[in-house]
Design a protein around this ligand. Sequence first.
Ligand SMILES: Cc1ncc(COP(=O)(O)O)c(C=O)c1O
Length: 385
Amino acid sequence: MQHNFTTALIHGGIDGDSRTGAVSVPIYQTSTYRQKGLGENSGYEYSRTGNPTRESLEKLIAELEGGTAGFAFGSGMAAITAVLSLFQSGDKVIISSNVYGGTFRVLDKVFKNFGLTYEIVDTSDLPLLESRISGNVKALMIESPANPLLTITDIAAASEIAHRHGLKVIVDNTFMTPYLQQPLKLGADIVVHSATKYLGGHSDLVAGLAVVKDKETAERLGFLQNATGGVLGPFDSWLLTRGIKTLSVRMDRHLENAAYLADFLRKHDGVTKVYYPGFENFPGYEIQKKQASGAGAMISFVLSDRYDIHQFFRSVKLIALAESLGGVESLVCHPASMTHASIPYEIRQKIGIVDNLVRLSVGIEDKNDLAADLAQAFDQSIVRA
Ligand SMILES: Cc1ncc(COP(=O)(O)O)c(C=O)c1O
């Protein structure tokens, strides 16, 4: 039975345990399965190939993203690596300018060695995107909003261009989650997630998910998942399923807090620029409104040069200086030396990841406490009035 989205978060995929009636899918902590006779098995042979706890998560994410099949991996990077393995030597992938540094790194330092090349393109510029598509370009990989400047790409329009040239469209939906944005419905072919972030939601696991639209790609990705082996273990699959159940209530609070803090930052003297797709004057605001049902809870801002950035990061108390995002607790990071350090300095400058850029992942704490923490960190780090 098809459910409304928030019900599907809780009852989608495989619901509970049909054998015992347990409302929570059991953790099948096993590597292998007893077989009755040669060629007679229960549908499971070996847990890299298939595990019931992982399978319930995979069915759930496929339903939430509206795809034919889902795949769970040991990290977002393992999911992205498996998806990029769909392509071959001689192929080229176009990636959005601000993709996650790890996506750039795996293309630049791993896949390039095997002849799969890439080009960084500002995919929010559709005529530019189309002009960069040549014969050997086989895929377009979009992050929207992109990390960390929250650049918005029109997923439907970019997919239409890409499909006209026979490309597969991959969308990294980590920042939005299917609660806010469903790329397959907008025309993409494959969705990937760092489920470490909002889907898990509690900063207690590392996981990746991929969902595909068509059966043929599903078969190929299933083969690659088993062949390359970067699967998610049963316990983490269970933990992730547990996190997903509360996605909608968490996201609603994330959105409310982010809108409040974005406004707070915009008015603060210590900030010269705020990147937040919920501002009406933010480039791509209308596109974001059309393709997603919220602005997300990631905010990036440029600290005024009258403030000391090291002191700012040392001064936040409630908000932790840490890698990652999307958990219930608020985190700040320094993209230039943390998430995007693998991108060379010149490229970082060119794409706007300047050295005094701060990225804030807004959690679900009391918004007034968060604003107060930022305010005292600004006060502590002022160097020139
Ligand atoms: C947008 C995005 N995609 C992919 C990844 C990689 O995921 P993981 O860290 O789970 O391997 C991250 C991690 O920060 C991310 O932010």
